[in-house]
Design a protein around this ligand. Structure first.
Ligand code: BV8
Ligand code: ZN
Length: 244
């Protein structure tokens, strides 16, 4: 973790920034008990997330992919947001122009009260019919797998899999915000998954300050203005003080 002096300077920069974008990844939910994607805790029956989070895996074995999602939904259902999520909801309340872009599908930012939020990889609690396209919130943990739609189509999780295009409106809104912000706070992401991993560079090239909070170094660390290598639930409340 950077020095305490850096923490004070970063806190000041954050307090002064008029327009802030926060980008989060699986690391911000890790302390709530949600497995990360590339950490050891992310494995399930020896499959890695990148094996299962693909349209090919779903086409090949929709039941297996749904068993993985039901395992994750079961875990997430028992979790609650943590001090890191809560700090970002406070930051939104105290910043003139704020947008939270998350790669996470767990819905914990919304439960923590974040409203100016884009879930660029979708949401694990929403299903989408591969037949008629209908989307609906579906929190069943005991449904028959793979679940079907009244139209006879197969339901899938409404998330973006590897090799799938992000929803263009969400992607454009996120990129526009990165191009116009004064400061970007990047939390709990290994910064390897595209296109989200390129967002901080978009902001940096337009002169924004970059603050990174992550347990370990990432490709971002060499050019972030501040990097704090510690737990998000510890660092964020020190960067984003309760409203005085
Ligand atoms: C697209 C939803 C194009 C599903 C996810 C080469 C080969 C093949 C493909 C590609 C390639 N190069 C680029 C690609 C494209 C690919 C990609 O980027 N692959 C990577 C692996 C190289 N990207 C895509 O396919 C994207 N689509 O490019 O489409 C296209 C164009 C036209 C037409 C068609 C297609 C779609 C990517 C979205 C994939 N879906 N999730 C689901 O969740 O079930 S991605 C998945 O990874 C999650 O969303 C996750 O959030 C995200 C990123 O991972 P992280 O969040 O960073 O998580 P990770 O575990 O990696 O890191 C956690 C970090 O937190 C760690 O650094 C750790 O140290 C830290 N940490 C842990 N605990 C804490 C902590 N930090 C702080 N505090 C703590 N307590
Ligand atoms: Zn249908």
């Amino acid at each position: 973790m950077s020095s305490r002096a850096d923490l004070g300077m970063a806190r000041e920069e954050l307090a002064q920034a008029r327009s802030v974008v926060a980008l989060t990844g699986a690391g911000i939910s890790a302390e709530s008990g949600v497995p990360t994607f590339r950490g050891q805790d992310g494995l399930w029956r020896n499959y890695s997330a990148t094996d299962l989070a693909t349209p090919q895996a779903f086409a090949r074995d929709p039941r297996l992919v749904w068993e993985w999602y039901q395992w994750r939904r079961g875990l997430i259902a028992k979790t609650t947001f943590n001090a890191g999520h809560a700090a970002l909801a406070r930051l939104e309340a105290g910043t003139t122009d704020f947008l939270l872009v998350t790669q996470n599908v767990d819905g914990l930012h919304r439960s923590a009260g974040s409203q100016a939020l884009i879930e660029i990889h979708g949401n694990i609690w929403i299903t989408r019919c591969t037949g008629c396209g209908e989307r609906r919130e579906d929190r069943r943990l005991d449904m028959e797998l793979p679940p079907g739609c009244q139209c006879g189509g197969l339901l899938r999780p409404d998330v973006v899999w590897f090799g799938e295009q992000l929803e263009l409106a969400a992607l454009n809104r996120a990129q526009d915000a990165c191009l116009s912000c004064d400061l970007m706070l990047v939390v709990g992401t290994s910064a390897v998954v595209q296109p989200a991993a390129s967002f901080p560079m978009l902001a940096k090239q337009k002169g924004a300050k970059i603050i990174e909070v992550n347990l370990e170094g990432t490709p971002l660390s060499s050019w972030a203005d501040y990097s704090f290598f510690d737990r998000a639930s510890l660092v964020l409340p020190q960067l984003i003080l309760p409203q005085s």
